[in-house]
Design a protein around this ligand. Structure first.
Ligand code: HEM
Length: 70
């Protein structure tokens, strides 16, 4: 771990988060308890999760900051 880098960069950036999301959601969909909670088309959920994790771990923002801070 490099303390001078964001958690995002320490994790391996976009590539790692894509791999993580793509490994996780097929298991969610297959799960008998929580799978039925999700829509049939899981792709938009995966995309939102990828964007959420990118922002949460200190990668880049997907929307202009002015739309959230007035
Ligand atoms: C067992 C735990 C969880 C369950 C059952 C669950 C369930 C769901 C469901 C049903 C949706 C909506 C899918 C749709 O209809 O489009 C969703 C969306 C989402 N969840 Fe979770 N979730 C869980 C945990 C988490 C956690 C821990 C995070 C992040 C820390 C998270 C982040 C998100 C995000 C970013 C979305 C997309 C939001 C959006 O549609 O605007 N979820 N989740």
């Amino acid at each position: 771990m490099n303390p001078n880098l964001s958690i995002y960069d320490n994790l391996g950036g976009a590539e790692t988060l894509r791999r993580l999301v793509e490994a996780f959601y097929p298991r969610v969909v297959e799960n008998p308890l929580i799978g039925p909670l999700f829509p049939e088309d899981i792709d938009p959920v995966m995309e939102k999760q990828y964007m959420f994790l990118t922002q949460f771990f200190g990668g880049h923002l997907f929307i202009p900051i002015r739309t959230v801070i007035r």
